[in-house]
Design a binder for this molecule. Structure first.
Ligand code: 5GP
Ligand code: ZN
Length: 114
C-alpha cells in the first residue's frame, strides 16, 4: 500500500527505529506513548484491520506474540505485567489502518479501558 504509514516505515521510506525486526513482524516505539513503554508490533504484510486475519495467518499471529513476549522481557515488563491491545475500526479508536498490536507497560493499567 503506497500511501500507508506503516508500509512506508517498514520499507524505510519514513525513518523509525525498529526495536524488533523479525521475518514477518517488526516493532517500533509509539510516537505518542500512553505508558512508559508503548510499542507497536506490526506485521510486515499490509492488512487494514484484524477482520482480514484468519486461519491462514496462524503463523503470523504466533510471530506477533513471540515478538510481544520477547519485547516484554527486554523492557522488564514480564514480571510486573503488560497489556497487548488491538483496535479494530473507528469506534475502537483505530487511526492507522494497517494492523498493529499495541504493547503497553510500565504503569498500572485500568479496566475497562476508555
Ligand atoms: P491506533 O489508533 O490505530 O490503534 O494506533 C495508531 C498508533 O500509531 C497511535 O498510538 C499513534 O500514536 C501511532 N502513530 C501514528 N503515527 C505514527 C508515526 O509516524 N510513528 C510512530 N512511531 N507511531 C505513530
Ligand atoms: Zn500498510
Amino acid at each position: 500500500m503506497s500511501d500507508c504509514l506503516f508500509c512506508k516505515i517498514e520499507k524505510g521510506d519514513i525513518p523509525a527505529e525498529k526495536v524488533y525486526d523479525g521475518d514477518s513482524v517488526f516493532a517500533i516505539s509509539d510516537i505518542n506513548p500512553q505508558a512508559p513503554v508503548h510499542l507497536l508490533i506490526i506485521p510486515k504484510k499490509h492488512y487494514s484491520t484484524i477482520l482480514e486475519l484468519d486461519e491462514k495467518d496462524q503463523e503470523l499471529v504466533g510471530s506477533v506474540f513471540s515478538a510481544a513476549n520477547c519485547l516484554a522481557k527486554d523492557y522488564g515488563l514480564d514480571q510486573s505485567g503488560f497489556r497487548v491491545v488491538v483496535n479494530c475500526g473507528a469506534e475502537a479508536g483505530q487511526s492507522v489502518f494497517h494492523v498493529h498490536y499495541h504493547l503497553l507497560g510500565g504503569r498500572a493499567m485500568h479496566w475497562p479501558p476508555g
